[in-house]
Design a protein. Structure first.
Length: 398
């Protein structure tokens, strides 16, 4: 910047610079679309401005304070609008805050899926409060390094719909691949998410299935792609507590080395006290429908190395009844269902009774390149879950 002012001055010093109640509109013409951005009620304050070769601040001022009342961005041909109702940034306080940040659809779910050639989620997200503490603006400007101590989200709500009637894309990018491909360095030491509600709807040929994760609390550490801060021994760590279908307590701990060339994941999870029929949205593509049954506790332990998941599922349940469905029509196969009633474990509990041995499910699943990260983990879980419930499942599904 000092070189820009050389034709008129060697240096510029100003005690304070302020802008109040500004409104701005930006339009960016792209090859086949237009990006529109709107900012209203913008307030800017710069203190001790010093634009010179000897300036001690990379930002050429001691402090920057930015506040705005509303921001939104959209494309003419876009499917969503991104907006927020309040934004503030302080260089000296090292924080950024957002109020009512949202990603909202601009079209109906039906219109959205009509335009998609491949499977893509229809998403809506809103978060009343997002704060970023310990943010280093100087480091971002000077080195392009995004660094913060804590990212916190409170009372967020996300709804997601996946249409299984659409074909999958050729390939899905995994978290470790995304971190390795991101050119700019980032490091967020801690992530905290409080009271997050998530709803996932799956559109099948015959019906829509909804699963929810309510009152979700997340803590995460070492979210970075800086090779000096992370490796296989210092991975990204994630801890989650939630209520599946607003009823069953879930706890999960996960470790993911984000710079690993191949996908590596270690995770454990515990689920307690819910009706097994709630699993039908998850296992619907397996042609088994759970009619009744109550799960007391499930312990899951899985390791993923280079896209291959191995682990165990220990599920304790009682009073189980299932139906076996036809693959195409999903109608009940009555004869096979009657056979299944004879073959299923109606209960699987730890009771130290030799006549009723406890069955542990074995997880083994090789990732298909089209599987998303969490879909891959769900599919891996099913390989251990279903044989635990129906020991003869591999024969019955044919």
């Amino acid at each position: 910047m000092p070189k820009l002012i050389l034709p008129v001055a060697d240096a510029i010093t100003i005690a304070d610079v302020s802008l109040k109640n500004g409104d701005f509109s930006f339009f960016t013409l792209e090859e086949s679309d237009t990006l529109k951005q709107y900012l209203t009620d913008v307030n800017l304050a710069l203190t001790q401005v010093d634009i010179s070769e000897t300036a001690g601040e990379i930002t050429f001022c001691k402090n920057i304070e930015i506040d705005l009342g509303h921001f939104e961005t959209r494309r003419n041909e876009g499917s969503h609008i991104i907006s927020l109702d309040s934004f503030s940034l302080s260089k000296n306080r090292h924080n950024i805050s957002f109020r009512r940040f949202s990603v909202a659809p601009l079209q109906t779910e039906s219109a959205f899926f009509t335009q998609q050639r491949f499977r893509k989620a229809y998403i809506a997200f809103i978060c009343p409060e997002i704060t970023l503490a310990g943010f280093d603006l100087d480091r971002l400007i000077q080195h392009g390094y995004f660094c913060a101590d804590t990212l916190q989200l409170e009372r967020a709500i996300m709804t997601l719909t996946s249409n299984k009637n659409l074909p999958l894309p050729y390939r899905k990018v995994l978290p470790n691949e995304l971190a390795r491909k991101t050119a700019a360095l980032f490091n967020i030491k801690n992530v905290v998410v409080k009271d997050f509600d998530i709803g996932v709807t799956t559109k099948e040929a015959d019906a829509d299935y909804l699963i929810t994760f309510n009152h979700t609390y997340v803590t995460a550490n070492n979210l970075t792609n800086d090779s000096t801060l992370t490796d296989d021994q210092r991975p990204f760590e994630l801890s989650v507590e939630s209520k599946f279908m607003n009823r069953a307590p879930i706890k999960m701990n996960m470790r993911v080395p984000l710079l690993s060339p191949g996908l590596q994941v270690d995770y454990t999870a515990t689920i307690q006290n819910f009706p097994l029929a709630a699993l039908n949205p998850v296992i619907s593509h397996k042609n088994v429908n759970i009619q009744y049954g109550f799960m007391q506790k499930t312990d899951i332990s899985t390791s993923v190395r280079n896209g291959v998941a191995r682990g165990t599922v220990k599920i304790q349940y009682k009073n189980l009844e299932v139906q076996v469905l036809r693959a195409g029509s999903r109608k009940v196969r009555k004869v096979v269902t009657k056979i299944a009633d004879l073959l299923i474990n109606e209960e699987n509990v730890v009771d130290n009774d030799p006549s009723t041995p406890f069955k542990t499910g074995v997880i083994y699943h090789v990732r298909n390149r089209q599987e998303e990260f969490f879909v891959f983990l769900w599919h891996a879980l099913q390989t251990g879950l279903l044989p635990t419930i129906v020991p003869a499942y591999e024969r019955l599904k044919k």
